[in-house]
Design a protein around this ligand. Structure first.
Ligand SMILES: [Fe+2]
Ligand SMILES: [Fe+2]
Length: 300
């Protein structure tokens, strides 16, 4: 009798935890779709870059799988507090903002925490989101936390976020107008080389002061390797509905659940195209993806 009760209980617990996991992932999907509205002034997806690179760094720095997952989700959701912001608070850098714009901008970590803490499963993620603009020396916001008062996940996101803003945030006049045409970036790397060097220079100069030293050093190693892999190749940013079989993906594209849709280095197939269009429509991946301009596809 007792064993029957135990197995019923186990089944109930297992069903409840599956339901909770399902509910958790659906919530993340809804939130990450909403975040797309804040990302129109970036080259590519800001939250996805921050999420994936932060998770890579967390893994590299030896954090456990639960922490890596929390950091990945916090990276994806870190700027959710910007939903509803006026455009000038989205495309300007903080030092360019007028007092009213800066006031709105400075509220976003707190707003993000408030949005996320409504869900029990998001308590730790909300805490990391709240702290993602804190700096090691206490000069960050909103709580002026210092050193080890700051969550390791927030220290990681802070570095990746700073880098992506510095290199891939576009000014209003350059913002993607969403037109469905092929945009040849004529050396994606070339266009970002200067910004890349100056942002990396700043991070290295401020490691141990504003940013965690180990995080900066690991990030620089990862990002330099990514760029070396791209080499001098020319890449195109192509709308997903114009991807042709045989084109080679430069980056990997995942859903917010971590499901791989297209792998970096893989040749596009017609199945890829269907999946990319479907997931782009659902806001799961960017509407334009990076492919090699002149792939040296080995002939079979
Ligand atoms: Fe932020
Ligand atoms: Fe950000």
């Amino acid at each position: 009798m007792e064993s029957t009760n135990t197995s019923e209980l186990e089944r109930l617990v297992s069903r409840l935890s599956n339901d909770l996991a399902e509910n958790f992932f659906q919530t993340i999907q809804v939130l990450s779709t909403i975040i797309n509205f804040t990302e129109r002034f970036y080259e590519g997806s800001h939250s996805r870059f921050v999420s994936e690179k932060s998770a890579d760094l967390a893994r590299l720095l030896g954090l456990n799988s639960e922490q890596v997952f929390e950091i990945k989700m916090a990276g994806l959701l870190h700027d959710i507090g910007k939903v509803g912001f006026i455009d000038s608070s989205l495309y300007k850098f903080p030092h360019e903002m007028r007092p009213n714009e800066y006031k709105q901008y400075s509220l976003h970590p707190e707003l993000g925490k408030e949005i996320l803490k409504a869900h029990n499963g998001f308590t730790k993620i909300a805490e990391i989101v709240h702290q993602h603009h804190e700096k090691l020396d206490g000069s960050g916001f909103p709580q002026n936390l210092k050193g080890n008062q700051i969550h390791p996940g927030a220290l990681i996101i802070s570095v990746v976020d700073y880098y992506h803003n510095g290199v891939y945030k576009n000014k209003r006049e350059n913002a993607d107008n969403g037109e469905a045409r092929i945009t040849n970036t004529q050396s994606y790397l070339g266009n970002t080389n200067n910004k890349h060097s100056s942002v990396i220079g700043f991070l290295m100069q401020k490691k141990g002061i504003l940013f965690d030293k180990k995080v900066v050093e690991s990030f620089v190693a990862v990002v330099e390797m990514d760029r070396r892999k791209l080499g001098g190749k020319t890449v195109l940013r192509v709308p997903v509905n114009q991807i042709k079989p045989g084109m080679v993906f430069v980056e990997s594209y995942h859903t917010s659940f971590g499901l791989l849709i297209a792998a970096s280095g893989a040749e596009a197939t017609s199945d890829h195209v269907k999946a990319l269009v479907r997931f782009a429509e659902a806001g799961e991946i960017p509407h334009k993806v990076l492919v090699l301009a002149d792939p040296e596809v080995p002939k079979k």
